[in-house]
Structures are given as C-alpha cells and as structure tokens.
Design a binder for this molecule. Sequence first.
Ligand SMILES: NC(=O)c1ccc[n+]([C@@H]2O[C@H](COP(=O)([O-])OP(=O)(O)OC[C@H]3O[C@@H](n4cnc5c(N)ncnc54)[C@H](O)[C@@H]3O)[C@@H](O)[C@H]2O)c1
Length: 312
Amino acid sequence: MKILVTGGAGFIGSNVVKILEDRGADTIILDDFSGANYKNLDNVKGEVICADILDESLYKKLPQVDAVIHQAAITNTTLKDNNKMINVNFNGFKNVLQFCLNKNIKLVYISSAGVYGNGISPMKEEQKASPHNSYAYSKYLCDWYAQKVRKELNASLIVGLRYFNVYGPGESHKSIAASMIYHLFLQMEAGKRPRVFKYGQQRRDFIYVKDAARITVEALEFRESLVLNVGTGTARSFNDIIAILNKALNKNLEPDYFDNPYEGIYQDYTEADVSLLKEMNAGAQFSLEEGIGDYVDNYLLCGAVKRFQKSA
Ligand SMILES: NC(=O)c1ccc[n+]([C@@H]2O[C@H](COP(=O)([O-])OP(=O)(O)OC[C@H]3O[C@@H](n4cnc5c(N)ncnc54)[C@H](O)[C@@H]3O)[C@@H](O)[C@H]2O)c1
C-alpha cells in the first residue's frame, strides 16, 4: 500500500505517517511547510514533496498511490483572512478530492468539531451545522461538498473525520493554535499559575493524537463513505486538565482565571457522540489522564530536560 498524506509534516499528519510506516505502508508526504515542523519527519522514510495543494499542475506529477489521507489545511482558527482560509481549506480540498475521483482511489479527509459550533452536545454527525468562524465554515463546506459528490457521482470511497480537540507530540510548531494542554503544561512547568478563561468550567472532548492518528489510519479500511466524529465521547473541563497536569508535574498551582475575549463565539461545551465511531470498531483508547500522562512523561518532560541542559 502506498498512501499520500497531505499536511504530513504537520502535527497530526506526521503522527499518521509514523503509524502507516509502522504498519508497513509506503508513504508520500505532501506539504508546503507553511505551518509544519520538519523535525516531525525525523525517522520518517517516505518521499517528501514540498508543494501547495492549490497548485492544480501538481496533481498530474504525483506518483501512483492507493489512497490519500488529506490533513493539509490552515489550522489557526483565529486567522482573519477569510479568503485565504476558505481558498486553502475548501478549494485545496476540492483539488485533492478531484485527484482521488480521477484515480478512483479512497480519500480520508479531515473535518472538525468546529462545524457544530455551540450546537447540542453530545454532537451527532447528522445534526445541523453552526460554524462560528471561517475555519469551521471552511470545514463545513468540505463536508457539504463531499456529500454532494457522493450523491451525484456514486463516487469512490470518501470518509470525512470530524476531529474534536487533539493534543499530543508534534504540535509545538502550532504556537497559538497548539492545544490548551500544551500551553498549560509550558506555563505550569515554568512554575507559573495556569491561565484559563473564567472559571475553568468549559468542557471539551480532548482526544490524544495517538488515538486520532490510529483511527485515521483505520478509516482507510472502512467500506462505506461517511462522516464520522473522532472524539472520546467524554467532555472534560479546563479545571480537570489543570488538576491532571498538577499531578503529573507534582505541583499545586492554582488557576489564574481571566475573561474570555471570544465570549459568544467560543465553543464552551463539545462532546462527541461516538455511537458511529464505535459501530466502526474504532473508539479512542486513551482517557484524558492516560493521554496527558503519556504526553508529559514521554515527550514534554524529555523536551524540558533538553531545554534545561541547553541553558545550563
Ligand atoms: N489539532 C486539532 O485539534 C484539530 C481539530 C480538528 C480538525 N483538525 C484538522 O486536522 C488536520 C491537521 O491539523 P494539525 O492540528 O495537524 O495542524 P498542522 O497545522 O500542524 O497541520 C496542517 C499541515 O498542512 C500544511 N499545509 C497548510 N496549507 C497547505 C497548503 N496550501 N498546501 C500543502 N500543505 C499545506 C501545513 O504546512 C501543516 O503541515 C487539519 O485539517 C485540521 O484542520 C485538527
């Protein structure tokens, strides 16, 4: 099997590439490195193609592959340039989809829980979309277009995955768009009080990247086209994260609450309905405690030791 992973040098894409290679697949990484970290490709064997998914001439030059996992996107949800956001995320997606249709190969693309906005939780795949920003809207457009193509063309398999909040190794290059778990770790490891929106009771469905990436690879085996939530099915509060990090770091830092500047357009509560995910035998395996434990012990603290050694 040869799999093309767009955005393969990014956070989740690079984790996907590593799982594919561990399972014996050949990979091709397509990334323009606009928001990637080349260090994420340490020990990766696949060919790297540095190119923009918007470049239509690219697709004629790509080697033969068996399937595509499309991760490439602008992922900074606070970007104000709507034209750029929708162009890359939606038109780029349409190019990748057209490539798969022309070659009659399977496409697994990534949508987002952002499409639900502040809709009812647990969030079900069929509920009405209510995107609150241009990023979420760009993902909604991908889901809408994929559904239209499926209906009209009886197309080859198209699987859309709506990731909830993903955290884990490989996200440090994302700066403001990195997970809250990563940001809180940095503050707390430096001995600072963790800063969260008042009063830390917001709840999100946080999924560890090892689960999200594994489910993504397993989606290549699905036999039907569908859109699927990728979450744990359990919403956890920001205060929970602080408590887990305090325990992992052996600290007792009190939260420093501040006003939420995104009040009204902020997703205060997200929880995936995971019935369909379970039906596909593809549920998450890490609890929040286990995911943060693995991340802190095996990745973040190793990085902290290296930073300490460098500055000493
Ligand atoms: N991290 C999350 O919590 C989360 C949640 C929901 C959905 N997603 C989706 O998952 C996917 C991966 O996100 P991530 O968190 O790994 O972010 P990321 O920013 O690390 O990865 C995106 C990758 O796409 C590449 N890219 C951007 N524009 C490109 C272009 N025009 N051509 C080629 N490559 C381009 C970037 O260089 C980067 O490597 C994205 O589609 C994102 O929208 C992520």
